[in-house]
Write a protein that binds this ligand. Structure first.
Ligand SMILES: Nc1ncnc2c1ncn2[C@@H]1O[C@H](COP(=O)(O)OP(=O)(O)OP(=O)(O)O)[C@@H](O)[C@H]1O
Length: 259
């Protein structure tokens, strides 16, 4: 039986006179791997921004299912949304480039393991305990993703594909239940894209989380996702399996250009 993780109903986002997202309803279940595709300017990133609290909705509702019950994400800030178990990467790499690979992951964890103000300022034993725990957890994550050898190097020294991998590791550091990846293969060469495809599958299997990805690379999308949403001009054009979407006349006309 599938379990619902997130349910968004009737999402609208207006920027002045422009409706970037027009009455879109989506749902994600536990352990699903979902793709979000559509032409440039279709509203994909804006939809991610609404679901992660980066951008407030104009209208609509977002519900997230937790062990404690259903919570509304409407009006919640990104940090609060991250704490309920939603994490993301961005279209443009957002690493602390001068900092080491290890510190990049540790910083991502502070959101999750944050100690009280007094404990931190007075450097109470609990503070050091938490620091040690975070370092250990960060090292374990780096090891899982073959980044141990570069742990002490500044993030900016890594090749592009590895920087993107580090971004995903940072997003996983908060132990999300739902992970949004915004064009993870952007700028990658074919070998890097193939490695990323394997990585995404592995993450979903080993971490048992739901992954939603925006991607223009159709080979990646059609290879990894189980279900797709297609957006056009801010509205939902179609939803279904990759096979069904590839044969959907409306999608072929609007997006795949007759492929
Ligand atoms: N902050 C903003 N202010 C005004 N307009 C915006 C803003 N953010 C996005 N838009 C507009 O909303 C529309 C949807 O943009 P969005 O970036 O969500 O599309 P997208 O599908 O992610 O495109 P791409 O594939 O090119 O990244 C576009 O017309 C864009 O110019």
């Amino acid at each position: 039986m599938t379990s619902r993780l997130l349910d968004a109903q009737g999402l609208v986002k207006n920027f002045g006179g422009l409706t970037a997202v027009a009455d879109v309803s989506v749902h994600f279940d536990q352990d699903e791997l979902i793709g979000l595709i559509g032409p440039n300017g279709a509203g994909k990133t804006t939809l991610f921004n609404l679901l992660t609290g980066e951008t407030p909705v104009s209208s609509g509702s977002i519900s997230f299912y937790t062990d404690q019950g259903v919570v509304s994400l409407n009006g919640q800030r990104p940090a609060a949304i991250a704490r309920v178990g939603i994490s993301r990467t961005f279209q443009n790499i957002r690493l602390f480039k001068e900092m080491s690979v290890l510190d990049n992951v540790r910083i991502a964890m502070t959101n999750h393991y944050r100690e009280g103000f007094v404990t931190s300022v007075l450097r109470l034993p609990k503070y050091y305990q938490t620091e040690r725990m975070m370092t250990k957890a960060a090292q374990e994550l780096l090891s899982m993703f073959d980044l141990t050898a570069v742990a002490d190097q500044p993030a900016k020294s890594l090749p592009y594909g590895i920087q993107r991998r580090l971004e995903i590791v940072r997003a996983l550091a908060t132990k999300p239940k739902l992970l949004f990846l915004d064009e993870p293969a952007a700028g990658m060469n074919p070998e890097e894209t193939a490695a990323l495809t394997r990585l995404i599958r592995r993450i979903q299997q080993e971490f048992h989380i739901t992954i939603v990805l925006i991607e223009h690379d159709m080979s990646l999308v059609m290879n990894v996702v189980e279900r797709l949403y297609v957006l056009e001009h801010g509205a939902l054009l179609a939803t279904g399996t990759p096979q069904a979407i590839q044969h959907d006349p409306a999608v072929i006309k609007a997006y795949l250009g007759g492929v």
